[in-house]
Design a protein around this ligand. Structure first.
Ligand code: PHE
Length: 339
């Protein structure tokens, strides 16, 4: 029986040709499977003379064992190679640039509002928020602007009824605080305000930040000192402030506050219209009448108040030339204000 040697050679040669474990499995089945060539040899057992059967059986079994050994060592080699190939394909290139997820960002008005709160709370101010729908009394009358006062014309008001309106200024909060709290008072009142006004620098809804300090011996110098600090922190270390006489019914004296133009350093440019200064807020010493209206004795206490437009500060700080950009919610614009 030379067949076993031939089969061994044939199977070994074919097995060695197999390029992967699948091909090898097929070769294995061709010889050792249920209908395989070696299995077929065993089936021929009954054709063999009885005395030769044990020897025949042993040879076929030896052949089978040898083949099985060969297949399994080849299979091990192929599987190892395949695994290496798979791992090489899955290799991670840690030097490859990553894909960045899009993240949101705070709106510039929110950012500036937060910066202002940070800055002033560092000086000891507490935040108080008043209502957006106000009564005529808090928004005007208590602020020394009674009905028919010409200063009501300074702010084009949205009236909701004879008594109620959309607040035109956060100054209404001054009254609410002084009614509740006795001096010393040091509060900051941020919020939305509404005026019937609409152009490149005015919007019918905008935000203000009000400040109020009431205590014994408060003077205009305290206001100016605090404003200098504010300008340095908000704009630049070299920023200066200047006070110009102005008029508000609820402050006396009243001032308008300019900050030296950060764009040109005060030399004069298109942003500051050649003056070197930019108006940023209104302020003044709290009018005696306002203190009286809230039950605070003006002979014992004095105070200063200031109010600024948050949009205006944001526009100056970030060089935004149209207030409408702040309400359009264009992501391409908003995305520029990330840390
Ligand atoms: N409320 C004033 C305005 O809106 C600003 C201001 C606040 C002025 C406090 C003086 C004191 O124009």
């Amino acid at each position: 029986m030379e067949q076993d040697i031939e089969l061994l050679q044939e199977a070994t040669a074919e097995a060695e040709q197999a390029q992967d474990s699948r091909a090898l499995y097929e070769v294995k089945m061709k010889f050792l499977g249920r209908t395989g060539k070696v299995t077929a040899l065993l089936r021929r057992m009954k054709e063999i003379a009885a005395e030769e059967r044990p020897a025949f059986g042993k040879r076929v079994n030896d052949l089978r064992e040898k083949l099985e050994e060969r297949f399994s060592s080849l299979e091990e080699k192929l599987k190892k190679r395949e695994l290496e190939k798979k791992l090489a394909g899955e290799e991670i290139d840690v030097t490859m640039p990553g894909r960045r997820g899009r993240t949101g960002a705070l709106h510039p008005v929110t950012r500036v509002k937060n910066q202002l709160i940070d800055l002033f709370s560092g000086m000891g101010f507490e935040v108080f928020e008043g209502p957006e729908i106000e009564s005529d009394y808090y928004n005007f009358t208590a602020l020394n602007t009674p009905a028919d006062h010409p200063a009501r014309d300074m702010q084009d008001t949205f009236y909701l009824s004879g008594e109620f309106l959309l607040r035109t200024q956060t100054s209404a909060g001054q009254i609410r605080v002084m009614e509740k709290k006795k001096p010393p008072i040091k509060i900051l009142s941020p919020g939305r305000v509404f005026r019937s006004d609409d152009d490149a620098t005015h919007s019918p809804m905008f935000h203000q930040m009000e400040g109020l300090v009431v205590d014994r011996g408060i003077t205009l110098c305290d206001l100016q000192g605090m404003l200098d600090e504010f300008a340095k922190k908000m704009f630049s270390e070299t920023s200066k402030t200047r006070l110009r006489p102005s008029y508000f019914p609820f402050t006396e004296p009243s001032v308008e506050v300019d900050v030296s133009c950060a764009a040109c350093g005060g030399k004069g440019c298109s942003l500051c219209k050649g003056t070197g200064w930019i108006e940023v807020l209104g302020a003044g010493m709290v009018n005696r009448r306002v203190l009286e209206n809230c039950g605070v004795d003006p002979d014992e206490f004095s105070g200063f108040a200031f109010g600024m437009g948050i949009e205006r500060i944001a526009m100056l700080k970030y060089g935004i030339n149209n207030i409408k950009l702040l309400t359009e919610n264009d992501v391409r614009f908003l995305e520029q204000f990330k840390d």
